[in-house]
Ligand binder design. Structure first.
Ligand SMILES: [Zn+2]
Length: 309
């Protein structure tokens, strides 16, 4: 009895699915329409690309044209990339002084979502950071508003919700899918946030050094007593940089340096000689070579948990 009911209900639901499909196809063919093109969404960095893909999935076409070897915060897009942004159905910006190029380029204001605007009153302003260069973009400065907003995972959730609002605008009929996807992503970010809050507590204010001034929001959210130098993971520190580090360590007695990428061997050995161990926390602003945003953030958090058990 039970089995036959199950069979009947399967047949009924199959029919509902099939009949629905036939009806949709019939409607489409009588209206003479072809399947609607996916809205094109341009993004300012890889975290927003990941958020959009997680939230919009197959409903959207996400594009992030920055080259792999550039820091998207300082990247200067060429004419082709700028025209892609100008023609997009939706533009997801990081805000917080990210994408310096937008100061000089006009983008359609109605298409832009500034994903950090909900917490702009608590932006951190960096003063006295020295101009330096890394990557092919030439010199840059970290003076002004700190922009690595998403490694405060609580802020990342706010950015994900802004992405949801943007995608809902270009896919107004898919609210249920979009909301469910957003909830799933927000839950993952929430788990990372809780783990970092716990390890931040265990660190209990002990001094830590960062290789580059990109960890401001992370340090604030998780109560980390952090001071930065201006190093690049792939460049060996110079004698001058080592002297500056030693001077910093005299008053800020750190045992760990947080690197934004895996350090070159020479850098890793040099910090060992001044009593520092290294741990990597990759902000993942650009497309990762391996894994994705979530797997990299999980590895980052695990590294900090192992350093401060
Ligand atoms: Zn820099």
């Amino acid at each position: 009895m039970k089995i036959s009911l199950l069979v009947i209900s399967s047949i009924v639901s199959l029919c509902l699915v099939q009949c629905g499909r036939v009806r949709d196809e019939a409607a489409a063919s009588t209206a003479g329409t072809t399947p609607r093109a996916k809205p094109v969404i341009l993004v300012a960095n890889y975290p927003l690309k990941y958020f959009a893909q997680q939230i919009g999935g197959e409903l959207i076409d996400v594009r992030f044209p920055a080259p792999a070897n550039e820091d998207p915060a300082f990247w200067q897009p060429d004419d082709n990339a700028i025209s892609q942004f100008q023609k997009a159905d939706l533009i997801l910006m990081n805000g917080a002084s990210y994408s310096k190029w937008t100061d000089k380029v006009t983008l359609p204001a109605s298409k832009i979502v500034d994903t950090s605007s909900s917490f702009q009153s608590t932006f951190i302003e960096e003063k006295g950071a020295i101009t330096h260069s890394h990557g092919p973009g030439g010199e840059h400065s970290h003076n002004g508003i700190a922009f690595t907003t998403w490694i405060d995972f609580y802020q990342a959730i706010a950015q994900a919700k802004a992405v949801r609002a943007g995608i809902s605008r270009v896919r107004p009929d898919d609210a249920r899918t979009i909301d469910a996807n957003t909830e799933r992503l927000a839950a993952e970010l929430g788990r990372l946030d809780n783990r970092m809050l716990a390890v931040g507590k265990r660190m209990n204010g002990q001094p830590v050094v960062a290789s580059h001034p990109v960890f401001q929001y992370w340090a604030r959210r998780y109560g980390i007593n952090l001071k930065s130098v201006l190093w690049e993971p792939d460049e060996a520190p110079t004698d001058k940089q080592m002297e500056e580090l030693k001077a910093l360590l005299a008053t800020h007695k750190a045992k760990w340096m947080v690197w934004e990428g895996v350090p070159a061997k020479e850098g890793a050995e040099k910090i060992k000689r001044v009593g520092l161990q290294g741990v990597v926390f990759d902000p993942c602003a650009n497309n990762p070579e391996k894994g994705d945003f979530l797997s990299i953030m999980k590895a980052n958090v695990e590294g900090i948990e192992n350093a401060f058990p």
